[in-house]
Design a protein around this ligand. Sequence first.
Ligand code: F6R
Length: 355
Amino acid sequence: GKSGYDHYMLKEIHEQPRALRQCLQERVDELSGTVDLGDDIADAVQNAESIQLVACGTSYHAALYAAELFRSQGVPAQAFVASEYVTSPPPHDDDTLVVGVTQSGETADTLSALRDAQRRGVDTLAVTNVVGSTAARECDGVLYIRSGPEIGVAATKTFSAQVLAVNMVAAVMGNGSASHEFVSALRDLPGQVQTVLDETNAREVAERFVDSDAYFFIGRGYDYPVAMEGALKMKEISYKHAEGFPAGELKHGPLALVTANTPVFAVVTGETGSEKTVGNVKEVEARDAPVVAVTDGRTDVERYADEVLEVPETDPRLAPVLANVQLQLVSYHVAKQLGRNIDKPRNLAKSVTVE
Ligand code: F6R
């Protein structure tokens, strides 16, 4: 059941600390500063000269995040929307690894991309939540994200666990030894998600902006996939127009849509590029659009924001997970105010088993 929550989505948002603890369990050792995902995964990722990620929807946003993490380890990595990968398969070589990110392990487009890779003789790894799912059975390797079942159609806790899991994969690329600081940041993440849940003002922000014409989300670097995910969640469950952009793209077109009735959610965490995103926020402010900053306080973006959704400071590779929890809650409360069918949005299915 819903354990007293109004919706499965809200229950699952609140289950995130536990889901993340399960994902970490027996995989990270703070004393030795190691991350251990088993020999099979270590071999697969350490032997990979390049990585192609395939996924759909929310899982594609986790794949975008993963590609950036892997590139930061010096490994060429790119995320593809699975249906596009099938339509136009990119070149690969013998040491390419194809990683399918799929909560259900049953998404037809993603399975099709993985099968396509296998036909071409490429090694595959599934990052999935469902034990014994098709992706888990068919791929050469499998990494379980261990979130527990997700009933709400909108993916929430599985996105957070996917991002945590691929952070561990990135650590394994560096021979499994991460810095002590990073390993303790991993260990602290579930508690920090709890802090966000306990202290959030997302509901007030949702109430203030529920009548808006549209919602825009911007971010750079690791904040970019979170901006995309914030927009997807908003459109899925509130049925309102929402779009996510890389912050730098705003002035290349979308800025024309920005008005006093289109709040812009700026995800501003970490250090890389954050100052530039603050610059974009100033451009938005000059067009009289309300700005909601989702931030760890490392910049002065609050000065230009109408509302602030704060997150605790942590490693820049993890902070966007916390920002995303705030955005999940904003979407939830907007949809709730509008009386939407939050757990079963119109036209959508939990698992899309046709191409
Ligand atoms: C969004 C959502 C979908 C799924 C997508 C892929 O909230 O749930 O966008 O993320 O259909 O599903 P999986 O991860 O099962 O392959």
